[in-house]
Design a protein around this ligand. Structure first.
Ligand SMILES: [Ca+2]
Length: 220
């Protein structure tokens, strides 16, 4: 099966949906091809039509331990370090625009695949600010790392839920909200006994993302 995509500048690309990774040199208006394989994560025909005007690429230099992500906006591509290694058919990313810090200008936010496995399903959020020459620069990233998990468990204690622990589920239902899976290792298996969700508001101050207003909801 072959699908067509019309780029913001009006040019069209066709490719086979069998091959998810589109080689960089086949795409118009994109960064120069190097030794690295660059693949496009957005627009993704499987996830519907793009309404953001943003294209997202990822490249993995063999010598790098993390993946570089490229955002194409109005003909300018900007690359940043994701802090993670993205590979294989599971990598995906979706862009969105929102004024996260309320300063009157929209930031470019990207929700992307972080990892999955038994009892684990993780997404990450990047916030990019407009920079020089029409480019965008990474301002903040949220992932459910050790520090964040410690915050979640301290918050559970404050809520009187001492026996519960932070799991390995992190989803963003929208750009202002994060849902974190909560486990009960006391009354179930040590890993993956999910009993509820801690929903927090993402607070972005122009430089960093922090979690506020935690609300714990038992899984029905
Ligand atoms: Ca803003």
């Amino acid at each position: 099966m072959t699908v067509a995509y019309t780029w913001p500048d009006g040019t069209q690309t066709q490719w086979s949906t069998v091959f998810w990774a589109v080689p960089e040199e086949e795409l118009p208006g994109q960064p120069a091809a190097g030794e690295e394989i660059t693949v496009r994560l957005w627009p993704d025909p499987d996830q519907g039509e793009d309404v953001t005007g943003v294209s997202i690429y990822v490249r993995n230099d063999p010598e790098l331990e993390t993946s570089q992500m490229g955002v194409w906006v109005n003909g300018v591509t900007s690359w940043f370090d994701t802090g993670a290694l993205l590979s294989g058919q599971h990598a995906w990313a979706t862009p969105g625009w929102a004024d996260l810090d309320g300063d009157g200008t929209d930031e470019l936010a990207i929700i992307r695949y972080e990892g999955h496995g038994t009892g684990a399903s993780l997404e990450a959020l990047h916030v990019l600010e407009p920079g020089e020459g029409g480019g965008y620069t990474l301002a903040a990233t949220f992932t459910l790392g050790e520090e964040e998990a410690a915050w979640v468990e301290a918050t559970l204690k404050e809520l009187g839920l001492d026996q519960l622990s932070c799991g390995d589920i992190c989803h963003f239902p929208d750009l202002f909200t994060v849902d974190i899976g909560i486990c009960d290792p006391v009354n179930g298996p040590p890993l993956g006994n999910y009993v509820g969700t801690l929903t927090c508001t993402l607070a972005y101050d122009g430089q960093s993302l922090t979690l506020t207003d935690p609300v714990y909801v038992l899984t029905a």
